[in-house]
Design a protein around this ligand. Structure first.
Ligand code: 13P
Length: 248
């Protein structure tokens, strides 16, 4: 899954989306590909990706239904543009917009109610990791979401583990380090119900063509949430190809 963050212009997007759609059509082994684009480009993504294997998504949704919330985008509005996925709780939103675990949970719920699949992001800062608080921090982040969802709803989400210290820094979690956290997340999901344990778990944070294969080979890593490398079709497609060979 690509996360373009706040990048893109109409002319550049056209090339990128067309190349990704063309490259993704050759993927096998059930690899699913998506791109989460800035809101103004949802219509363009819908126009260029409809009929391709690539799904498109939004990077955030409002915790409110439609109403007097200037600047917000309701999940139903994204659904109007054929959106499949909605990232919620990205660490950049938790950090720069002070999103609490409860707010992220409300957003996940709204996304589901609008027929979207939330990609719930969790992750610890370097300080939290070094103080041994990783499991407590991401456990709290995930539990808040699981608390407001039914078992059936919870079984329909995607979870992304993105250590904050690995995002955009070029520092990737070692595959074993990421696997340990994914196994922990899997156990937490399992507590909610047997079907919930199977939700796709993505790893994000400086995933590149060079390290994707080793990450995806880990037992509980089901895919990636790709920032910088999703802006270059060649790199993004190379990562998708690594998923094709390594995912189980
Ligand atoms: P980078 O791949 O640029 O480190 O970003 C990861 C990310 O935050 C994806 O949501």
């Amino acid at each position: 899954m690509g996360n373009w963050k706040m990048h893109g212009r109409i002319s550049e997007n056209a090339t990128l989306l067309t190349e990704v759609a063309a490259g993704a059509s050759a993927l096998q082994n059930g690899v699913r590909v998506g791109v989460c684009v800035p809101c103004p480009y949802l219509a363009q993504s819908q126009a260029l990706l409809s009929g391709s294997v690539v799904r498109w998504g939004i990077q955030d949704v409002s915790a409110h239904p439609a109403g007097a919330y200037t600047g917000e985008v309701a999940a139903e509005m994204a659904a109007d543009f054929g959106v499949t996925y909605a990232i919620v709780g990205h660490s950049e939103r938790r950090a720069y917009h002070r999103e609490s675990p409860e707010l992220v949970a409300a957003k996940a719920q709204r996304a589901i109610e609008a027929g979207l699949t939330p990609i719930v992001c969790v992750g610890e800062t370097l300080e939290e990791r070094e103080s041994g608080a990783t499991e407590q921090v991401i456990g709290t982040q995930l539990e808040a979401v699981l608390l407001v969802l039914t078992e059936k709803q919870a079984a329909s989400i995607v979870v992304a583990y993105e250590p904050v210290w690995a995002i955009g820094t070029g520092k990737t979690a070692r595959p074993g380090q990421a696997q340990d956290v994914h196994a922990f997340l899997r156990r937490k999901l399992q507590e909610k119900g047997a079907a919930v344990a199977n939700v796709p778990l993505l790893y994000g944070g400086s995933v590149k063509p060079e390290n994707a294969q080793e990450l995806f080979a880990q037992r509980d890593i089901d895919g990636g949430l790709i920032g910088g490398a999703s802006l270059k079709s060649k790199d993004f497609l190379a990562i998708c190809q690594a998923a094709q060979t390594e995912l189980h």
